[in-house]
Design a protein around this ligand. Structure first.
Ligand code: BES
Ligand code: ZN
Length: 455
């Protein structure tokens, strides 16, 4: 391992510069105008992987292309085979005015690299590529066969990759999948994540009058859809955040004592969390700590709320419609289809007759839960400890990576979630950043991992 570790140490500056090149692509999957940027980013990745000595190709899909890059291998090498999954697409950077410097012009300040996609997920998947580079360029034999699968639709539900897995089942058959697309509590506190929340997404639109109306001439005699939507959504939860839709908590298992003990080890106090989030006060369901709430409890969230006049100054209208973008986070044992059904039924039942309700379904995925005591998980824990010099913690994460369920269903393989993002990395927020110590630690973790998994 010495030559590999030495190589990593020697080349950090270049790695950071290359990550900067990767971050310059505005690969925003949600926005159609960025389609060419996603393609250019994928092509850059293919070239980069080829340059490292991987067999890399661009796989077109109905959506954004998938990059597949493999270590060169003998036909029946007898080595274990692992997939490394990551995504090169990023969340929309808006609102742009809240960024200190433009989102696609990477900037280093101290030990942080700022850019959209830096922690979620380009920096994290690039760490794995650099670890493999270190093996290949130092002539150190890799004890495993590796296949990188880097997709461009994670932030919009991984539609194409899901089909791709089914079409390429044999090619992608593997012992396990390794994913760094989650977090760790602090640069000196590595973590193995053994659970993710699931998700359902949908949009609801309430339509009232046929067009925006003068609110003086007609207001009071006709429903205001923005008001109706506010009242409808306000009924969804109580003041503590418990969702009042009957059946919403069906199947939700209580946290075991063991898990609560594990969660308590998460080194971010409520005080620190409050400060980090800039909130006046924390909020949440009675009987659960903040860490429990955001990792292990289901939610109903408004992600966006639109109606009426949004421009400067005042405009006295009754808007014709109001819309909300909603996602619910789900926990193990909640069935996405069931939750979607009861939520839609409840909305229909509670919508006043003065407006028309339209519901558009979006993506959905089950929560993920995997044993932290399996042999691969134990190997991952050893790799984390060697890389970061301290014992890792076990944690559940609140975010979702829908494709890990498909990995299990289609490939029959478990996913090791080895995130190297920090809570203050501003994923999905303005001024997203990636910690360069986490970047270097992630590279070491990946380097050790292949030894530990094969050993
Ligand atoms: N990297 C995140 C998922 C994540 C973040 C998991 C932090 C755990 C901790 C991923 O890129 C993401 O944002 N996923 C979406 C999925 C959705 C669009 C289907 C999410 O969680 O909102
Ligand atoms: Zn994300």
């Amino acid at each position: 391992m010495q030559p590999v570790l030495h190589y990593l140490k020697q080349h950090q500056d270049r790695f950071v510069a290359e990550l900067g090149d990767y971050l310059r692509f505005a690969s925003v999957s949600a926005q159609p105008q960025h389609k060419p940027d996603l393609l250019a980013c994928a092509q850059w990745l293919v070239k980069h992987c080829q340059h490292l000595g991987l067999d890399a190709s661009l796989r077109p899909t109905a959506g954004h292309p998938i990059v597949v890059a493999k270590t060169k291998r003998a036909k029946n090498s007898g080595k274990p085979h692992y997939l490394v999954y990551g995504h090169y697409d990023v969340q929309p950077p808006e609102p742009l005015e809240l960024w200190t410097t433009p989102p696609f012009e990477p900037r280093i300040a101290g030990r942080n690299l700022f850019a959209r996609g830096s922690t979620d997920n380009k920096g994290q998947n690039f760490a794995h590529l650099k670890a493999v580079e270190a093996y290949l360029k130092t002539g150190t034999p890799l004890p495993c066969d590796l296949t990188f699968v880097l997709e461009g639709e994670e932030e919009v539900g991984s539609k194409s990759l899901s089909g791709f897995l089914k079409q390429h089942r044999a090619e992608l058959a593997c012992d396990a999948i390794v994913v760094s697309d989650t977090g760790m509590p602090a640069p000196n506190c590595p973590a193995l994540t053994y659970a993710l929340r699931g998700i359902i997404a949908f949009e609801i639109t309430l339509r009232g009058p046929a067009r925006d109306l003068h609110s003086g001439i007609f207001g009071g005699a006709v429903e205001n859809p923005a008001m109706a939507l506010s009242q409808l959504l306000a009924k969804v939860r109580d003041e503590k955040g418990r969702i009042k839709i009957p059946g919403f908590y069906d199947g939700v298992a209580p946290l075991s004592k063991y898990e609560r003990e594990q969660i308590k080890r998460y080194p971010l106090s409520d005080m620190k969390l409050k400060k980090l989030l800039g909130a006046t006060k924390l909020f949440g369901e009675k009987g659960f700590t903040a860490t429990e709430q955001r990792s292990s409890r289901p939610t109903f969230e408004i992600n966006g709320l639109t109606s009426g006049y949004q421009g400067e100054g005042s405009k006295t209208i009754v808007p014709a419609w109001a819309r909300a973008k909603i996602t619910c986070r789900l926990v193990p044992n909640q069935k996405p289809a069931h939750v979607r059904k009861i939520v839609c039924a409840w909305l229909k039942q509670n919508c006043p007759p003065t407006v028309r309700l339209e519901i558009t379904a979006g993506h959905g995925a089950e929560a993920y839960l995997v044993s932290p005591t399996s042999r691969p998980a134990q190997a991952a824990l050893r790799a984390l400890e060697k890389a970061f010099g301290t014992k890792p913690i076990l944690m559940r994460e609140g975010g979702s990576i829908p494709i890990v369920n498909e990995f299990k269903k289609v490939l029959g393989a478990d996913t090791l979630l080895l995130g190297i993002g920090l809570p203050d990395d501003n994923a999905h927020s303005p001024d997203e950043k990636f910690n360069l110590d986490c970047f270097a630690g992630g590279q070491r973790m990946s380097a050790f991992l292949w030894q530990e998994l094969a050993g």
